[in-house]
Design a protein around this ligand. Structure first.
Ligand code: DC
Length: 220
């Protein structure tokens, strides 16, 4: 059973996907974290997003792994715990540039299929239903109003001790959505057979129940 959850930043994907995985006792795969790890690695080595050769080498030499059970999963880059650093401003501001090149996407999509192969999982990202697992049993396209998404991001940043205005966050979200949707290789888009879930005004529990209920029907 594969559940694909796609949606823009701040739509509530991550917390919902983690809780769904816990409820159904299946694996959780956060593909955005993988693009964030490559971005961090590239920033540390001062590799430009346009340098395909260096990026190909970087991706080949960077091992990405996950440990733990949701919500307490940790993300590792070549054995270093980078769970917090990949959520920081430096990586968040650049990830749309580093996740776009074909050399990065092809390698990570292969790796995601390898990680998800043969097990039941909830996989979240931007191109899961369209590219990574087009045969997924259940595809959800999660959205939320820009105002709500910006408010959620503000809380996320506040937890990290960073203060940002709603206007600034809304502009950043819009910019990231635009870049993610307009790239040439596996752009952020909704699969034709995905079900819409607009989470504006919904609680986390409501979102989780909505998906779990559909997943149980598909599993029958
Ligand atoms: O979901 P997130 O904010 O952690 O994702 C980080 C970035 O990675 C986001 O700007 C879009 C990109 N991404 C992608 O292009 N494809 C995916 N499957 C997942 C994320």
């Amino acid at each position: 059973m594969i559940i694909a959850i796609d949606g823009p930043a701040g739509s509530g994907k991550s917390s919902t996907a983690k809780a769904v995985a816990r409820h159904l006792n299946i694996t959780y795969l956060d593909t955005g974290a993988m693009y964030r790890v490559i971005t961090l690695a590239a920033l540390r080595r001062v590799i430009a997003p346009s340098d395909n050769e260096a990026l190909a080498e970087l991706v080949a030499g960077t091992s990405i792994s996950f440990t733990g059970v949701p919500p307490d999963t940790r993300v590792w880059m070549n054995g270093e715990d980078v769970s917090e650093e990949i959520r920081g401003e430096a990586v968040t501001g650049k990830v749309s540039d580093y996740c776009a090149p074909a050399v990065v996407r092809r390698a990570l999509v292969d790796e995601q299929r390898r990680m998800g192969g043969g097990c039941s999982l909830v996989c979240e990202g931007r191109d899961i239903g369209t590219t990574v697992f087009p045969g997924a049993d259940l595809k959800i396209f999660m959205t939320a109003s820009v105002a709500e998404r910006a408010a959620r991001r503000q809380k996320d940043f506040a937890r990290m001790g960073i203060e940002k205005s709603i206007d600034e966050l809304a502009a950043e979200l819009a910019d990231r959505d635009r870049k993610d949707s307009s790239r040439a290789v596996s752009p952020f888009s909704k699969a034709d057979d995905a079900v819409d879930l607009d989470t504006t005004g919904m609680t986390l529990d409501e979102q989780v129940d909505w998906i779990v209920e559909r997943a149980r029907k598909v599993m029958k």
